[in-house]
Each structure stands twice: as C-alpha cells, then as structure tokens.
Design a protein around this ligand. Structure first.
Ligand code: HEM
Length: 510
C-alpha cells in the first residue's frame, strides 16, 4: 500500500540517510556559542549536507546538531524547549539516576569524562565534518574563518581514524542497520509483526512522522500567529495550523567509548590458554559474529522484511534467533543478540488468531522464557559512529609492549525517542543483568562489571552448551570506558535556518 508521500530529502540532514562511508576522514568539533549573533550568521550560511542523492557523490559533508544548552544559547525559550523529550532536556549526564541506568558509574562516572560530564564541559553544538582522504584539513580551514572564530569556542576536537570497515577490537562493524521506510509504504498503525522485521517507520528516526505505534513523537510545534518566523518551518502533519520545529530532525546520541584493545585480546587469549582457534571462538561468541562479520546462527529460509534478498547485507543479516532459543549457536548474552534480539511482537511460532489469543491469555509457551524480550521494532538504533586511534591487531595486542595510545569508538546513533530507543537498549538490554533471564551478567563488550546491590558479581559471560552445563567465563574486566557523551538534536535544514534566525533576533533584542 502506498503511503502519504515520501520523506522530504532536501530538508533532512544527510547523516540520517547516509553514513558518508566514502568520506573516510571525519572530525567532530564540540563547540560552545560565544557570540549568538555571529553563530546565527554562520549557521544560516553553513553548507549543511542534505539527504538528497547527488551525482557525482560529494567530496565533503557537514552536519550539525545542538544540545539543549545550545538551543537555549540560540534563543529558544523554555516554553519551546519543553516540547522536546525529557531525556534531551535533562541531558545524558546531569542526573545520577540516569547515569546509573546507563551504566555510567565507577570508572564510567561522568565526573571522569573528558567532555559532557559536568556543566562546564557540555558543548552547545556538534559539527561533523567528513571528507575524502586528504581533504579534511582544507575543508576545516574554509569553515573556520573569522566569523566562525567569533561565533564559537572549541570545547573539544575529536579526530577519527579509518580502520576500513572494522572497529578497534578488529570486528567488521556497521553490518546491521534498520531499513527505513523512506517512501512511507507501510501503514504504521496496524502492522502486526509476528516475526522480526528490519523495516522501520520513518517516525522511529525522524520527528514529525508516525512511529511504530502509529503516533507522532512529542516535539515543539509553533503557532505562526505568535511567531511569524515560524512560517519558515514545515507544517505539522497532524496539526497543519502549527509549524513543526522537529520535523525532519532526529535526536543524536554520542558517546566517546575508549576500548582497551590489548586488554580484550589478552583476556580472551588467557582464557583460551593461548590456543588461537579457541581465542577466536570466545571473542566471536562475545560479539555474536566472527571477526569478518559472519553471524553465528544459520540463515533463515524465510524472507525477513527490510533485508535485501541478495548481496552482502542479505548474506550477513538473513537471520534471527528463533531457531536458537537456548543460545547454543549464538550465546543469548552476545553483544549483537542483546542490542538487537531480532524478536517480533509475539514469540516464534505464534501466527494466526488462535495462537495469538492463546499467548495473550498466557498459554501455549514453547519455552519458559520465550517472551522475556520486548519486541525489537520499538528499540532500534541507526548507528553512525566513527572509530579513533591507531589500529592494533590481535597479534600486536598480545605483544608485551603493545601501544596503549587512546583508541575506541565515537558511538553515534540517531533515534526519534532517546529513552525508548537508545536508553532502553543501553539499560535493559546491554547493561541489564537480567536480560532474557540470564543471571547476573551484562554485555561482554560493554559491561561495567560493577557488582549488584546485593553484592553479586556481574563479570561473567555464559555460553550455553548443548552437550552439558553452560560454559561460564568468569572475571571479565571492563573493556570499555566511557569518556564523554551528550544528547543532541540534529534539526531539519529549515529548522536549522529558523534557529539561526532566532539567534540573530535574540541579539537584536538584547
Ligand atoms: C566500543 C563499543 C562497541 C563496540 C566495539 C561495538 C561493536 C559492535 C560490533 C562488532 C557489531 C557487529 C556489527 C554489526 O552487526 O553491524 C555491533 C553491532 C551492534 N551494536 Fe555495537 N559496539 C559498541 C557499542 C555499542 C553501543 C553502546 C550500542 C548501543 C547501546 C551498540 C549497539 C549495537 C547494535 C544495535 C548493533 C547491531 C545489532 C544487530 O542489528 O544485529 N553497540 N557492535
């Protein structure tokens, strides 16, 4: 069925549609607004890349996103800010209870972060520069002219590195992404996803469109009678008399995750008594894929909606975990199984009205724990991270003098609902020590290994074994340290120009 028209690509920042994979160099600038009028001028003319397809492909790209403090600095008043989500307004690190839920305690505590952890180090905006190899410095220089220097103060510059398609532990990354329903072909209100579907409504990525619940996410809507400049903004689809500051924008979650690559490979090597095959086996079971990206479970024979029928994406993503309920092939606690359990709205095998009704009334379970995991489609993330630091192979990592220079992942994801998507995945699925009924263990890559309130350790990783008891790996050290983070709003391009105009008006009225 065809929907109410496709997305407005010219008003959407490119990052929502493209990962800029061909632009191997990238630099993230975290900035504070020093002079709102100059910032408004700069932002009004900034060559921000849109999601329109162009040939030839662009040589460079620029994206921009703001924290709530940044929007304040541009002149948005509290009534308008109130239209954004509670998590965005609160920020990633401002509340101890949120930090606890995100696992940002002990060595991950925001008080240790390089940026974003305290009121003085939360940036106002994030500029993301991408360029073909060798062109980044020149691009940066053209952006950072006089006006830029008057407008902004740099909080931090985050360089990135090109490790090919690998993340620093050495695994191919960026293989699985939700397929976004850009053409709005599926209805969002009625689709019942008995099985895992990889197709996601536009409203799970962008504000201003129906989400997987068939509803519009809360965002600031402006009455042009009280603010004539709001006519610059698109109208709100469900309330056309109002203009929509959120439409075509996304929340952008960014976390600087330091990876202890030497620590990771030494730990798995030690567990494997130096046996190369066993070492690879344990490492791949922690991730849920082999290093080259091959998944640990067999392909399903049934087509998965939103996965192409052939090609690399299909080869590496044509699976769910329905035929591996006990985690014999891919451990239940493996990173990819936690971060996307590939569940549908009902447990596997429930199709048709009768079996649905049986399940709704609590009958007909195949396994005692087959509905412990929430339906995946409400908790997907579009990942856009970049790695930093020099590569270190597993072999180099095992040498005694392995370099310990900083390396890791600038984790970035785009979502329309920070708490239901990013925070849920981070809290309930990756940090959660009861995920899918697993006792007291968290994500083998991401876990902070802090004991539970009752003193129970969380530093193990279980691998169910069809031949006997689960094989437990004990004493996992933390491999990841959070070193920065913030919640941003990446506006649509008309909204960006509107915000730039607010900054200029703020200064006039000052
Ligand atoms: C340094 C930290 C991290 C490393 C090294 C890492 C590594 C990986 C790797 C190797 C994959 C498999 C490649 C793929 O399926 O695309 C993957 C997938 C994934 N990761 Fe991470 N990751 C990290 C942090 C995170 C965080 C913080 C989250 C979210 C809270 C996350 C969410 C995901 C998701 C959603 C997938 C795709 C799973 C799927 O759809 O099958 N990752 N990660």
């Amino acid at each position: 069925m065809s929907g109410p028209g496709s997305a407005e690509y010219s008003d959407i920042q490119a990052l929502a549609r493209f990962g800029h994979g061909g632009l191997k160099e990238a630099l993230f600038l975290l900035l504070e607004i020093a002079d709102p009028a100059a910032a408004g001028d700069w932002l009004n003319n900034a060559p921000v890349s849109s999601a329109e397809w162009t040939t030839p492909a662009p040589e460079t790209a620029l994206q921009v996103a703001f924290t709530v403090d940044g929007l304040r600095a541009l002149g948005l008043d509290e009534a308008m800010l109130d239209g954004f989500s509670e998590a965005f307004i609160a920020g990633m690190a401002a509340e101890p209870s949120r930090s606890r839920r995100l696992g940002d305690v002990a060595h991950n505590d925001p008080s240790h972060w390089h940026w974003g952890g305290g009121p003085d180090s939360v940036p106002h905006l994030l500029l993301m520069l991408y360029a073909r190899t060798g062109q980044l410095e020149a691009r940066k220089a053209t952006l950072q002219e006089d006006l830029f220097n008057r407008a902004f103060r740099t909080v931090a510059e985050l360089p990135t590195a090109d490790h090919g398609d690998r993340e620093p532990f050495g695994f191919v990354d960026g293989i699985s992404q939700p397929a976004i329903d850009w053409e709005r072909r599926q209805t969002t209100d009625l689709h019942r996803r008995d099985r895992y579907s990889n197709l996601l409504s536009l409203g799970e990525l962008l504000l201003g469109y129906p989400n997987e619940y068939g509803q519009y996410t809360r965002r600031p809507l402006v009455d042009p009678l009280s603010d004539p400049a709001a006519r610059l903004l698109p109208t709100a689809e469900e309330q056309p008399e109002l203009h929509d500051l959120g439409r075509n924008g996304s929340y952008l979650v960014m976390r600087q995750l330091h990876q202890d690559v030497a620590g990771f490979w030494r730990f798995v090597d030690h567990q494997a008594d130096g046996d190369l095959q066993q070492r690879e086996r344990l490492a791949s079971r922690m991730v849920g894929r082999q290093r080259d990206g091959t998944p640990l479970v067999a392909h399903t024979t049934q087509a998965i909606e939103g996965i192409e029928e052939s090609g690399r994406q299909a080869d590496l993503n044509q699976f769910d975990f329905a035929e591996d309920p006990h985690g014999h092939q891919c451990p239940i606690g493996a990173h990819i199984r936690r971060s996307n359990p590939r569940t549908g709205d009902f447990p596997p095998g429930v199709t048709g009205l009768l079996s649905r009704l049986k399940r709704i009334f609590g009958f007909g379970r195949r396994f005692p724990d087959d509905d412990l995991i929430a339906s995946t489609r409400f908790h997907r993330l579009l990942r856009r991270g970049r790695v930093y630091g020099a590569p270190l192979t597993p072999e180099q990592a095992l040498e005694t003098d392995a370099s310990d220079e900083p390396r890791g992942l600038h984790f970035i994801c785009l979502v329309a609902n920070i708490s239901r998507q990013f925070e849920f995945v981070q809290n309930a699925w990756t940090m959660g020590c009861k995920f899918a009924g697993l006792p007291n263990e968290s994500d083998p890559l991401l876990g902070n290994r802090q004991s539970l309130a009752d003193g129970q350790p969380t530093d193990h990783f279980s691998q169910p074994d069809p031949q006997g008891p689960s094989r437990d790996t004990q004493g996992l050290p933390p491999f990841i340290t959070v070193q920065g983070g913030a919640y941003f709003f990446m506006p649509g391009i008309r909204a960006l120009r509107y915000l730039a105009g607010r900054a200029a008006a703020k200064d006039d009225s000052a």
